[in-house]
Ligand binder design. Structure first.
Ligand code: H79
Length: 441
């Protein structure tokens, strides 16, 4: 007995408990089936909103810079988006072909869009006085859209949090422990009241936020809702920020389920779930006359994320009136109309086996390989052969057959002079076996 205890003591000295993986042990992992379901959705709406829309500057980051702190922190007193309709926003997402929606419940400026009991800096103290997060949760349920919540772990407004402006130093009088307790209470409210499908964390690069806190919050959330999906931004990156702490990939010691490339399309990855978040214009929150992406760019971005085996969380910043800009709604409708025709090549597919590029991206499902053709370079598109599989038929999705040749380790598809779709013409290659079993080529 003594020997066994001695051995255990030795082992625990060599491997201290603190060094163990945070998601190991009795904290549940999110089940693979839940993550597979998430990745089948492919397309979601991100919404960045708050009193800052009254100024049209960037949410959080413009505080103390473009907008003085005293002005920024009082904008909520005029925030009265009387034209807000959760149903309209959710319907806009639905009509765009989006399957989930993520709202900023609290951004770095600390303002809470739900009636929290843990901070008076919330929507009930604005003239509007309605639970925006709650109304969106309800509408999402009504329209069959999965409801998700963005929540940043830093808060430049809360005196308990040690940093009071972006890019500034530590306040020794702050109380980080108390702040984390408040955060856990707020997250408990969100989970209990709105039952989110996924939590999108952010703000993990400042030094007060440590992996110990991340583990504590992760365990707290998973105890409340074991199946909730969590992105990879709970884990602190303050220690290795210079090393380009890469949130674009899912590290082995991740605290969370999926990687989060921001404003860029992630690389093809058949193993780890990932989601690109990207703005429809240039700013996260509303900016008047912001430069919008073209329909071509929007559709090709979606095709390239799917082609890399990832999701796209596409962001709009609604106006202070409560409406999403008409031209943005129109752009989203156009994406929805493209998806009505070509959706089978996006939803519930896998990316690959070819890596997406400027000419084409590939997706696959069962015996079908979809080639998303972005531009016509010549009258033939040449692709590397598919090892072990033969093409039985080539045709445009919802269109005519395509002549093709397969020889010398190459496939050549004859491309007509006029492509059926100016943004992304989808070609279906019907194979004599499962396209999903192909290795990356
Ligand atoms: O909510 C949107 C952005 O406001 C938020 N993420 C999306 C979804 C975001 N906040 N900050 N960032 C994205 C980028 C952070 C950049 C940083 Fe830095 C680089 C933080 C630390 C290094 C810039 C340079 C700020 C401090 C130094």
């Amino acid at each position: 007995m003594k020997q066994i205890l001695g051995f255990l003591l030795l082992i625990s000295t060599i491997f201290p408990v603190a060094a163990q993986s945070p998601v190991a042990g009795n904290i549940p992992h999110t089940p693979k089936s839940v993550l597979d379901d998430f990745m089948d959705q492919r397309f979601g709406m991100f919404i960045h909103w708050g009193p800052v829309s009254l100024r049209g500057t960037e949410i959080g980051w413009s505080r103390a810079y473009e907008v003085p702190v005293a002005e920024y922190d009082n904008l909520y007193k005029q925030f009265n988006p009387t034209l807000f309709s959760a149903d309209q926003w959710v319907k806009t997402a639905k009509d765009a072909g989006m399957k989930y929606l993520t709202i900023t419940s609290k951004h770095h400026d600390g303002f809470c869009l739900w009636p929290t009991a843990w901070s008076s800096y919330n929507i009930m103290n604005s003239p509007y006085k309605k639970d925006i997060v709650g109304e969106l949760a309800r509408s999402c349920k009504k329209y069959g859209i999965k409801f998700c919540v963005y929540f940043t772990v830093l808060d430049w407004h809360d005196p308990d949090y040690p940093i009071h402006r972006g890019r500034e130093g530590i306040d020794p009088k702050a109380d980080m422990k108390k702040f984390v307790t408040t955060m856990k209470n707020e997250l408990q409210e969100i989970i209990k009241n709105y039952d989110p499908y996924m939590l999108w964390f952010d703000g993990n690069w400042e030094s007060p936020w440590t992996d110990e806190y991340a583990q504590e919050v992760y365990a707290h959330i998973k105890k409340l809702k074991p199946d909730v999906i969590i992105n990879n931004r709970l884990k602190s990156i303050s220690q290795n920020i210079e090393a380009g702490s890469d949130q674009n990939v899912l590290h082995q010691d991740a605290i969370g389920d999926y990687a989060t490339p921001e404003q860029k399309i992630g690389e093809l990855n058949m193993n780890d779930p990932w989601e690109t978040c990207m703005t429809i214009a240039t700013q996260w929150s509303w900016k008047p006359d912001d430069q919008m992406k073209s329909l071509k760019e929007c559709i090709q971005t979606l095709a390239k994320t799917s082609g890399g085996n990832g999701n796209l969380l596409f962001n709009v910043g609604p106006m202070p009136s409560g409406q999403i800009e008409a031209r943005q709604v129109k752009r989203l409708q156009e994406m929805g109309s493209w998806l009505k025709t070509y959706g089978e090549s996006i939803y519930s597919t896998k990316g690959g086996p070819y890596k997406p590029n400027e000419i084409f991206a590939a997706t696959r499902k069962g015996n079908k390989l979809y080639i998303h053709l972005f531009q016509r370079k010549s009258d033939g598109l040449t692709l590397p052969a598919l090892p072990g599989l033969k093409i039985l038929k080539a045709r445009f999705l919802k269109g005519s057959k395509l002549p093709y040749k397969a020889s010398n380790g190459q496939i050549t598809l004859s491309i007509p002079e006029q492509l059926p779709d100016p943004n992304d013409s989808v070609i279906v290659l019907e194979l004599d076996g499962n396209a999903e079993s192909l290795p990356v080529i």
